[in-house]
Write a protein that binds this ligand. Structure first.
Ligand SMILES: [Zn+2]
Length: 278
């Protein structure tokens, strides 16, 4: 092959490769958001270079969805105007002569994607040991329904009734306006988030078999009904509340949910890793 032929071939191959990439026929759904809020491209397609760590929101070609928020200094924290702030630091570092890098972190147990135990709002349950380590993994793992709720109101009794969630459904994740507004991506705590009103919580407890309630901001209960909402849910000590789930790009429907909280005896809340499997 002459030099000019070789160059022509290389050019053709590159052109073909570019065309193939540019005309990628179908965009996978859901299109998870990466760290960049303006990016709706699946993160896994950005890294061809194996010297850069792969960070994914979706695994297995759209089979497994990570619905856990990454802990970030600029993530919102309940009641804080300026977000979580520094929570992780290198306590010992190789650069400073240590044998290994060892990090340390400190944060409220209700930071980011987390779950609540009965002791969170009932002091007698707290004293009796109904903590995170007492939560039933059977409830936290199994078939789950992701539902979209009306975008113009809190989750009231009327909204709950309109959702017509069948008896026998025990795990429901409620996707709300909070996801559309990307509240978990804004550092300032926003009191206008959507959550359960006290009558919505009461209706769920009295009329459904739901034992796992998941929502997409830092509290399942609306700001104005913070205590009564939690009190209705936690009173029977059967319902587990999972808060601040990352539901960007998740379609409503039936999944298998898998949530595993840290084992923290004595704690009424804990960080939790949650995934959905199709
Ligand atoms: Zn909580």
């Amino acid at each position: 092959m002459t030099k000019s032929h070789f160059l022509l071939s290389v050019t053709l191959i590159l052109t073909f490769a570019t065309l193939t990439l540019a005309s990628s026929p179908t965009k996978p759904y859901p299109s998870p958001y990466g760290d960049d809020p303006n990016s709706c491209e699946p993160t896994q397609f950005h890294h061809k270079d194996d010297s850069v760590p792969l960070r994914r929101e979706v695994y297995g070609g759209g089979r497994i969805f990570d619905i856990t928020h990454k802990y970030r200094v600029d993530m919102p924290s309940y009641g804080s105007p300026s977000g979580l702030g520094e929570f992780l630091w290198l306590r010992e570092s190789i650069k400073n002569g240590s044998l290994a890098n060892i990090s340390e972190f400190k944060m409220l147990t209700h930071t980011g994607t987390h779950c609540d135990a009965p002791g969170h709002f009932y002091d007698e349950y707290f004293d009796a040991g109904f903590d995170i380590d007492s939560l039933d993994l059977e409830v936290l793992n199994g078939p789950a329904l992701v539902v979209d709720v009306p975008r113009d109101k809190n989750i009231t009794a009327e909204v709950m009734e309109s959702l017509s969630i069948p008896k026998g459904v025990t795990r429901v994740i409620f996707r709300t306006l909070n996801t559309d507004r990307r509240l978990m991506w804004q550092s300032e705590f926003d009191t206008s988030y959507v959550g359960f009103t006290k009558d919505g919580a009461k209706w769920l407890v009295e009329n459904t078999d739901i034992k796992l309630v998941g929502t997409d901001y830092l509290s399942v209960a609306a700001y104005d009904d913070l205590a009564p909402g939690h009190l209705f849910f936690l009173k029977g000590r059967e319902i587990i509340l999972v808060e601040a789930l990352k539901l960007d790009g998740i379609n409503p429907g039936l999944y298998s949910v898998h949530c595993l909280p840290l084992r923290l005896p004595g704690a009424e809340g804990a960080p939790i890793r949650c995934i959905l499997i199709k």
